[in-house]
Write a protein that binds this ligand. Structure first.
Ligand SMILES: [Zn+2]
Length: 135
């Protein structure tokens, strides 16, 4: 099956079976485009040669905001290298939804057009994906 963005026209192909139907086409479910800075939504489409092929789990993770496989290399070695080679040029933050004395740091924009995304955990802020962003 192929899902294509209504706006940027990027497409992703994965195996079509009962599991795909359950993962991607539950009643009432829709998907935003996983491309950073695209506000399109995904529709079923025919596959094109340029479409990216992914295993169902990888596509499902990307569509749920966890990043594509190559964006998820956030180990200590990768993060040290990234922060040694690039400066922080911006912070993506928001107010805390229930506590005005707190704020949420969602990501750090780096020189060179990347953004490190963070999530909360009991062990501290976790870098979970690095995406390319327009500079
Ligand atoms: Zn898109």
């Amino acid at each position: 099956m192929t899902l294509r963005c209504s706006k940027c026209q990027r497409g992703w192909v994965t195996a079509e079976d009962a599991r795909a139907k359950a993962l991607f086409f539950a009643p009432g479910r829709s998907w935003d485009c996983p491309t950073v800075s695209c506000d399109g939504f995904l529709v079923r489409s025919k596959a094109r040669r340029s479409d990216r092929r992914l295993y169902q789990d990888a596509l499902w993770a990307a569509l749920n905001g966890l990043g594509f496989p190559e964006e998820r290399a956030c180990g200590l070695t990768e993060m040290k290298k990234l922060f040694q080679e690039h400066k922080v040029v911006g912070v993506v933050m928001d107010k805390h939804p229930t506590d005005s004395t707190k704020s949420r740091i969602l990501g750090l924009r780096l020189s060179g057009g990347r953004m490190v995304h963070f999530a909360a955990s009991a062990h501290g802020a976790v870098a979970y994906k690095v995406t390319e962003v327009p500079v």
